[in-house]
Design a protein. Structure first.
Length: 163
């Protein structure tokens, strides 16, 4: 069976100009299980791929100091988790859970997979992804496409492997 792996995502907002060869693309990471399910993701995006990879290596190296925290969302009653390193959030759940025990089980799966995770080569490119980009960046993106989404428009996203 394949081991879990860290996948790196180049975040390109819809306003980025495709004609620019050397864009400064922010990079985010997610940890996937051997069956391709997302176990968790980084709490924030990074300005460069190198910073993102360094943060993942630091996270794996500090696995014994990680503290999982589960929280119920007030409006829906769903549960989410985050992992803190010395009181600072470094990883979060990719989705919410209906039950507290599901949330605790899944943060346990994330923590168990963390030391065995392989770092993948390259990045996957997220294009035309207002919702996906906003979810990965937690509202950091301020683009017209994200603002249009707030008014009911949606745009599908696709992940493309980059070299």
């Amino acid at each position: 069976m394949l081991p879990p792996r860290f996948i790196f995502l180049a975040i390109v907002t819809p306003d980025d100009d495709d004609s620019v060869a050397d864009r400064q693309q922010r990079t985010a990471w997610m940890l996937c299980s051997p069956n391709n399910r997302i176990l968790g993701r980084g709490e924030r995006p990074f300005d460069t791929e190198a910073q993102c990879r360094r943060a993942v290596l630091d996270l794996v190296g500090a696995a014994d100091r990680l503290n999982p925290v589960s929280t119920a969302l007030g409006t829906s009653g769903h549960w989410v988790w985050r992992v803190e390193l010395d009181g600072v959030p470094v990883a979060v759940s990719h989705r919410s859970y209906l039950r507290a025990r599901e949330c605790q089980y899944n943060v346990g799966r994330f923590l168990a997979a963390l030391p065995a995770g392989l770092l993948t080569e390259g990045r996957r490119l997220l294009r035309e992804a207002p919702r996906a980009v906003e979810r990965l960046t937690r509202g950091v993106v301020e683009s017209p496409a994200v603002q249009r989404r707030a008014h009911g428009e949606t745009t599908a996203w696709r992940a493309i492997r980059t070299a």
